[in-house]
Ligand binder design. Structure first.
Ligand code: MD3
Ligand code: FE
Length: 199
């Protein structure tokens, strides 16, 4: 559906309201064991997004840089497991022979944003990335890896997208939320779950 974005696969409304609520409940339980925290960039700037992880490895950022590690940076405990509903989505949609070993949880409250960036901290950049959106609609921006125009796209609660092949190194970010667009998350906001092969 996006001739300008080869390798970008999009399943709007892949999770219905009941599935969204069930997944959110599992994520909330996992976040009791692995609390959301606010990372800082290698330059020392706090992210506006709060983060945690699920699975054998989690993506972290601090003064030392970006990396994947098996434990929470504040509790030092292992990350909780990835819920089976997410492993099922990966198996059904990602077209990759091995399961994800990392799931980044991003919480955006009303004023959070994520600047344009590339995801390149993974060992095998041939493996896809699968993203699940819950809660308020986000204005997502994506463009080619090198030079070239970006385009904006809304990601709604229950939408799933996969980034494969030429889209895997696309530049992308979150410009803003449409606050109040969903009633799923108490207090409002958006949770993005990003499944990856880190190794
Ligand atoms: C395009 N997260 O965690 S998800 C990230 O909504 C990240 O929280 C955003 O970018 C979020 O790194 C965007 C959609 C997404 C995820 C990974 C991608 C788009 C991508 C990797 C390559 C290209
Ligand atoms: Fe990203």
């Amino acid at each position: 559906p996006f001739p300008d974005l080869p390798g970008f696969h999009y399943w709007p409304g892949r999770l219905d309201e009941a599935a969204q609520a069930g997944l959110l409940a599992e994520i909330q339980t996992a976040l009791e064991a692995a609390p959301l925290y606010r990372p800082v960039t290698p330059g020392g700037q706090p992210f506006s997004v709060r983060m945690s992880n699920l699975g054998p490895l989690g993506w972290v950022s601090d003064r030392a840089g970006y990396r994947y590690q098996p434990t929470h940076p504040e509790t030092a405990r292992p990350w909780p497991p990835i819920p089976s509903v997410l492993l099922d989505l990966w198996r059904d949609l990602a077209d990759w022979p091995t399961p994800p070993d990392a799931c980044l949880v991003n919480l955006y409250r009303e004023d959070a944003r994520m600047g344009l960036h590339q995801d390149r901290d993974e060992t095998d950049l041939g493996a896809p990335v699968l993203s699940v959106s819950l809660g308020d609609t986000a204005v997502f921006r994506i463009g080619p890896a090198g030079k070239g125009p970006t385009r904006s796209l809304k990601l709604n609660s229950g939408d799933v997208c996969a980034l494969t092949g030429p889209s895997r190194l696309a530049r992308h970010g979150i410009d803003r939320l449409l606050a109040g667009s969903s009633r799923l998350i108490p207090g409002g906001g958006r949770i993005n779950l990003t499944l990856r092969r880190a190794t």
